[in-house]
Design a protein around this ligand. Structure first.
Ligand code: PLP
Length: 439
């Protein structure tokens, strides 16, 4: 055994720098979180050495007695964390990520070229829900299936359930996907179920973003209405980077759903499971089932609401004017800024956010908003009072972006960028920031 410092100081140095960035910065990316030390320990364990294609007690390799025990434990914890009856629900814990979980779920549920409907990407949906552009079929979910997006209503920016219902009558999807990457409100699963049932379509929820909040029973429960539920494990659920697929075991017309999902994961879409990740999922699910996690999820939502209220009180416009979950979509167009400008300025300030399309954006390439999430800051134990200060920082970042935009191409801007990206010039930076503030 030799430590990483000795074997590979270059990589160790990069990890140290990233550790410093994560410790000193403010992480507001809605799809990220800070997982526990215990989860990282499991993730970095010796289990990474083992091949185990197949399922517990039915592997294509020997030596899997402990890996079998682990995968069975992980499945049990996944069902427990989401309060599911093992007689009615099963779960596959092998997907490497949310995208592969989704493609495996599509492979299990529908045939190549079958029709599916998902929330459009510009309206907050995910790439893997059938996204394509006028020029190109961008993702496997639109290359191998025919997809048609449903939308949010332009006035309220809430899901247009009536529009989806009438479009589904014409398009006749075999599968309806709900769930999103950038939708700050909760979902009406009962409404979706009615539409899916009427069309004889499967209903699948991708709860990647909100799964921690759903496990904590702080949001509507998709398991009451959906046939299949997929999730990532690294967002509000606070686990390692991976995916899960939950499937109904009690469907009279599809008693083979369990086999279809398992076969779709392996061998259709993946090879050997990443057992170190499965160990880390199991550890994080154990943590997610504790009362402390429920308190965490409540605080994530309280913090997101506080963030939304603080930004509104500064006079800014938010999509849907607020939030039900962990994320806030900030429409920057009324003040004449793009998401990418503010993202860059925030990066210079040690605040990590991401540019995001907002409803009605003319171009997805130049999104007019940013997406913020409170999962990571809440993991750092921030409460409402802290979040108000973060909102003030964001306000200052936006005001600074406006000054920089006005100064585009000027010496002031060039000096600012040079100083902001050169830590040694801190003193000069102070003067420059003072000058900007005075203006
Ligand atoms: N589904 C949704 C709703 C997501 O937001 C994401 C990622 O952001 C994914 C799936 C894909 O997850 P991964 O990046 O693990 O493939």
């Amino acid at each position: 055994y030799k430590p990483l410092t000795e074997i590979d100081p270059e990589v160790k140095n990069i990890i140290d720098k990233e550790t410093w960035r994560q410790f000193t910065g403010l992480e507001l990316i809605a799809s990220e979180n800070l997982t526990s030390q215990a989860t990282m320990e499991a993730n970095g364990s010796i289990l990474t050495n083992k091949y185990s294609e197949g399922l517990p007690n039915a592997r294509y390799y020997g030596g899997n007695e402990y890996v079998d025990e682990l995968e069975i434990l992980c499945r049990k914890r996944a069902l427990e964390a989401f309060h599911l009856d093992p007689a009615k629900w099963g779960v596959n814990v092998q997907p490497y990520s949310g995208s592969t979980a989704n493609f495996a779920a599509l492979t299990a549920l529908i045939q190549p070229n079958d029709r599916l409907m998902g929330l459009g990407l510009p309206d907050g949906g995910h790439l893997t829900h059938g996204y394509y552009t006028a020029k190109k079929k961008m993702t496997a979910s639109s290359i191998y299936f025919q997809s048609f997006p449903y939308a949010i209503t332009p006035d309220t920016n809430l899901i247009d359930y009536a529009g989806l219902s009438s479009q589904a009558k014409i398009f006749k999807p075999r599968l309806i996907i709900c769930g999103a990457s950038a939708y700050p409100r909760d979902w009406e699963y009962a409404e979706l179920k009615k539409i899916a049932e009427r069309e004889g379509a499967w209903l699948m929820a991708d709860i990647a973003h909100t799964s921690g909040l759903i496990a904590a029973q702080e949001l509507n429960n998709p398991f009451e209405y959906c046939d299949v539920v997929t999730t990532t494990t690294h967002k509000t659920l606070r686990g390692p980077r991976a995916g899960l697929i939950f499937f109904r075991k009690d469907l009279a017309n599809s008693p083979d759903l369990e086999k279809r999902v398992n076969d779709a994961v392996f061998p259709a879409c993946q090879g050997g499971p990443h057992n170190n990740t499965i160990a880390a999922i199991a550890t994080s699910l154990k943590q997610a089932a504790q009362p402390e996690f429920k308190a965490y999820a409540k605080q994530v939502i309280a913090n997101a609401r506080t963030l939304a209220e603080a930004l509104v009180s500064h006079g800014y416009k938010l999509q849907t004017n607020g939030t039900d979950n962990h994320l806030v979509l900030w429409d920057l167009r009324p003040i004449g800024l793009t998401g990418s400008k503010v993202e860059k300025v925030c990066d210079l300030m040690g605040i990590t956010i991401n540019k995001n399309a907002v409803s009605g954006d003319a171009s997805a390439q130049v999104p007019g908003g940013i997406r913020l999430g409170t999962s990571a800051l809440t993991s750092r134990d921030m409460k409402e009072e802290d979040i108000k200060i973060v909102a003030d920082f964001l306000h200052r970042a936006v005001q600074l972006s406006l000054v920089l935009q006005k100064e585009a191409g000027s010496k002031l801007l060039k000096d600012f960028v040079r100083v902001a990206t050169t830590p040694a010039e801190g003193k000069e930076g102070h003067l420059l920031v003072k000058q900007l503030r005075d203006e």
